[in-house]
Design a protein around this ligand. Structure first.
Ligand code: NAD
Length: 462
């Protein structure tokens, strides 16, 4: 058995782990990056990047079939070649992965170790059956995996997760998507636009991350027009029949529905990958889910020399948060026991649907009733949105009654991903609604819709 001594051992070479490694080295520590699986990160291999590639193909198909209203007619059928769609998705995805892998290849060999790590104690790891790693501190950056409820596990290879979609060589004909969260909506809508017959079945009435009931209701109607959307389906049975799956569910309005699909895509949430770490062999305090109790600003587990960053800690499974957390955890691990809190950026979340969904700052459900006013705009009559025939959307902005500061927003609408950045920047700058309205708004742009919502809030503040 080989034993390696290092200042900082990082478990997992995903977005958080890579960032932790660089930060630990930059802080002058020795660091060892331990990875048991394929390099390339969840984001590049099976997450952010391939899903955006699939959505780009879906948007091309959508625009090709929705040009008539502009007087632009594509005579003859629009043909979607599933094999070509998937070939481009995978080719471009592989390019993104190769950039990450090249970065790992360029690291000194002595800083990398292959194998799955588990704790022997707080400072000692067993990696595979071949190596022990003695570390002054450890960063857990093991990422997350999709949850697969038992009912769907029994379907064998007909129950798939997002990873499997990006291994396809061709598009299927019919698919049930379980879960109306971000992954379910993004992939469900993209596949529907690529002429796959899609049913998205949520369980709890949720529509992506939205918590504002009016916005959620609006979004439900928008997606309901694009594919079969049942946010409150009660699935009674999912049974494999040959290479098909028969799903029986009670829809939100009480109707019993039976549908047959080629696959069931399970997008019912993700859980941190901590099961194989033998955390019970450490002195860390674990919560009811078996996750280390930690400080979200230092990423430190109690007063222990262990830090946990990225999807592995179970909150904010988003790339930019993983990178920030990895950096903070790596720096603190290198400086342990002298740890410092890091500045979290303004909360921002985007679902790359069309129209897009975005949330900035405080969620509607987390705001104290009567502490805020809601400024509203419908994008249905918003000038530029209407010009482009993209005039679907409803935005709510929340403004604090006393300080007049912008505190949050939830909406579905055109160009949401860009407007979300304006709002996140305004929030981080602690701007009041009056200061925001003194900023420039060009004409004619979708952002004028945001101005309408801000003005509406000002009117309600008087
Ligand atoms: P999610 O938590 O967003 O949504 C899962 C949904 O499935 C929830 O609405 C939940 O109520 C529902 N659900 C749970 N069990 C169910 C069941 N048995 N039947 C039907 N519905 C069920 O999770 P996700 O969509 O899997 O995405 C995981 C994470 O990945 C997200 O939290 C998100 O932060 C991240 N992600 C981000 C982006 C983005 O930034 N655009 C895109 C994709 C994923």
């Amino acid at each position: 058995m080989n034993t390696i001594h290092t200042d900082v051992a990082i478990i997992g070479a995903g977005s958080a782990g890579l960032s932790a490694y660089r930060a630990a080295k930059a802080a002058g520590a020795s660091a060892l990056l331990i990875e048991g699986g394929a390099h390339g990160t969840t984001c590049a291999r099976v997450g952010c990047m391939p899903s955006k590639l699939l959505i780009a193909a879906a948007d091309a198909a959508y625009h090709a079939t929705h040009a008539d209203a502009f007087g632009v007619h594509i005579d003859g059928a629009v043909r979607i070649d599933g094999r070509e769609v998937m070939a481009r998705v995978k080719r471009e995805r592989d390019r993104f992965v190769s950039l990450v892998v090249a970065g790992v290849d360029a690291m000194p060999e002595a800083d990398k170790l292959t194998g799955y790590a588990r704790f022997i104690d707080d400072n000692l790891l067993q990696v595979g059956e071949h190596t022990k790693v003695q570390a002054k501190s450890v960063v857990i950056a093991t990422g997350s995996s999709p949850v697969m409820p038992a009912m769907y596990r029994a379907l064998g290879d007909r129950a798939i997760i997002n990873d499997d979609v990006f291994a396809w060589n061709d598009l299927p004909k019919r698919i049930a998507v379980i879960g109306a969260g971000v992954i379910g909506l993004e992939l469900g809508q993209a596949l529907a636009r690529l002429a796959v017959r899609v049913s998205v079945l949520g369980a709890r009435g949720r529509v992506g991350p939205l918590s504002d009931p009016d916005v959620r209701g609006y979004a439900e109607r928008v997606f309901g027009e694009a594919f079969r959307f049942e946010p409150q389906a009660r699935v009674e049975a999912a049974v494999r029949e040959g290479d098909e799956v028969r799903v029986r569910y009670v829809s939100g309005d009480g109707a019993l529905v039976e549908e047959t699909f080629d696959y069931v895509l399970v997008a019912a949430g993700r859980k941190p990958n901590v099961g194989g770490l033998a955390l019970l062999d450490t002195s860390l305090v674990l919560d009811d889910d078996g996750l280390p109790v930690y400080d979200p600003l230092t990423l430190q587990a109690g007063a222990h020399p262990v830090f946990i960053a990225g999807d592995a800690n179970g909150v904010l499974p988003l790339l930019h948060e993983a990178a920030d957390e990895g950096r903070a955890a790596g720096t603190n691990a290198a400086r342990y026991p002298h740890v410092a809190p890091f500045d979290r950026r303004a909360p921002i979340a985007i679902a790359f649907t069309d129209p897009g969904i975005a949330m900035v700052g405080a969620r509607f459900v987390d705001l104290t009733t009567d502490s805020f006013v809601t400024g509203e705009v419908s994008f249905e009559d918003q000038g530029r949105s209407r010009v482009m025939l993209r005039n679907r959307g409803l935005m709510h902005v929340y403004v604090d009654r006393v300080s007049r500061r912008f505190v949050g927003a939830e909406w579905i609408g055109p160009d949401a991903e860009h407007i979300a950045h304006l709002l996140a920047w305004a929030l981080q700058m602690k701007l009041t609604v009056d200061e925001m309205l003194r900023m420039p708004f060009y004409h004619p742009v979708v952002e004028e819709g945001l101005r309408t919502a801000l003005r509406d809030a000002v009117g309600k503040l008087v």
